[in-house]
Design a protein around this ligand. Structure first.
Ligand code: NIG
Ligand code: FE
Length: 413
């Protein structure tokens, strides 16, 4: 099966040659390589070749797509979501408007514990159906690869239920999906007075089961004051490594907690949130290969301070943007809106935002060899946009869906 996309106004994020880049960092983030008036050929779900229209050699194709006036770019790689959940938390949204903070709501038994109570009651098939619908929705908005976390189970059975739902999403869709084990998201009510017993439960009972069943790629911890401390996090990450789960953690959302440093020390694939980043965090990030991942849509929705993206990029580091789709702090997985927030609030340029949501997003879930750029042999997970001038139009035209057609694994969906 061959597909030709022709007359592409701009084909973005092209990569020539056989060397595949891992990240785009610092000043290089300001550029997105592209070809004007381009074609792209897909074979067996992969990018077979691409080039300029005036160099296209006539050939036979099963499908031809005319992309006149449209842009083509790699689908978004959303490296941080909590897309599997049982119910919205709109009541807490109203409570925050009325003055309560995210932490106060959590301390009163709302927040993650609220989600856990609802998830424990829901049967697996209903949880799957709801999650499947959310996944379809974000794909229609441009997402072609996604990471999904557990963390609303907080018991062995309920965490396994979440991870099985993620596995089923993986089996039943063509989207690239990675799973993170986040039992260390909050202390369940039953362990409120005995926190070390919960950590022991995670390490001695949950982790081995998750690993044996191959249900997760990564070990996540909500490293934050009032949640899991730096020393709890260290214990959990070491245990994760022993079972082959690499760390990808929540860090420095609400406090300068030492979360970034502990993530880098334990060779985390990424440290995510990063509202609280100063010189010490920057120095730590410069010493390793951990991807700084910013979740500004959550900061937007909670009305808290934004991440210092400029400081991170100006230090020569890469930045990744992810949605954090979850029922509490960010009930949206819309990466286009995320790009707008990154541009208007974090002062990232559109090009920096696009690099953050494609190649750097792919790297944050270790998929940079197969996704994130337009390169021969990579998976054909692509966005064909509605008619627009350039990538600037994506964050500019905010609130509207730029997607005209998604291609996943080489197929129109
Ligand atoms: O990434 N910060 C911790 N976890 C999620 C929120 C989870 C929730 O409130 O349900 C986050 O923002
Ligand atoms: Fe999160």
């Amino acid at each position: 099966m061959t597909t030709l996309i022709k007359n592409i106004k701009y084909l973005y994020q092209t990569e020539e040659g056989s060397e595949r880049k891992r990240v785009v960092a610092g000043a290089a983030m300001a550029q997105v390589p592209h070809i004007e008036n381009a074609w792209l050929r897909i074979e067996k779900g992969l990018i077979h070749s691409f080039g300029k229209m005036n160099e296209l050699i006539d050939s036979q194709y099963n499908i031809e797509i005319d992309a006149s006036n449209s842009l083509v770019l790699p689908a978004w790689c959303d490296s941080h979501t909590h897309l599997v959940f049982a119910a919205p938390r709109d009541q807490e949204f109203v409570e925050r408007i009325q003055g309560l903070s995210y932490e106060e709501i959590a301390r009163n038994g709302g927040g993650i514990l609220n989600s856990a109570a609802k998830l424990r009651q829901m049967d697996e098939s209903e949880l799957y159906e709801q999650s499947y619908a959310r996944l379809q929705q974000v794909v229609a908005q441009g997402t072609g690869a996604i990471e999904i976390k557990s963390g609303y189970g907080l018991s062995l059975e309920a965490e396994l239920k979440m991870l099985r739902v993620i596995r089923k999403l993986k089996e039943n869709t063509d989207i690239s999906i990675k799973a993170s084990f986040l039992a260390a998201h909050a202390y369940p009510i039953e362990y409120k007075e005995n926190k070390s017993a919960y950590i022991k439960l995670i390490i001695d009972e949950m982790l081995p089961r998750v690993a044996v069943e191959g249900l997760a790629d990564y070990m996540d911890v909500f490293c934050e004051e009032g949640f899991f401390s730096v020393s709890d996090t260290e214990q959990l990450l070491e245990a994760g490594w022993k079972h082959g789960l690499k760390p990808k953690i929540h860090a420095n959302q609400l406090h300068y907690s030492g979360g970034v440093q502990v993530g880098v020390k334990h060779r985390a694939i990424s440290v995510d949130h990063l509202e609280c980043v100063g010189d010490a965090e920057i120095e730590s990030l410069k010493s390793g290969t951990t991807m700084p991942t910013l979740l500004p849509a959550a900061a937007f929705f909670l009305g808290i301070q934004y991440q210092p993206a400029r400081k991170i990029i100006d230090a020569g580091l890469p930045v990744c943007l992810a949605s954090d789709y979850n029922p509490g702090s960010c009930p949206s997985g819309n990466m286009n809106l995320l790009a707008t927030i990154a541009c208007t609030q974090l002062k990232m340029t559109p090009a920096e935002a696009i690099n953050s949501m494609t190649i750097n997003g792919a790297t944050a879930i270790e998929l940079e060899q197969e996704l994130g750029t337009i390169a021969v042999g990579k998976k054909a997970n692509l966005i064909i946009t509605k008619p627009m001038n350039s990538i600037n139009s994506i964050p500019y035209d905010f609130g509207n869906n730029p997607v005209k057609q998604m291609i996943i694994n080489g197929k129109k969906i």
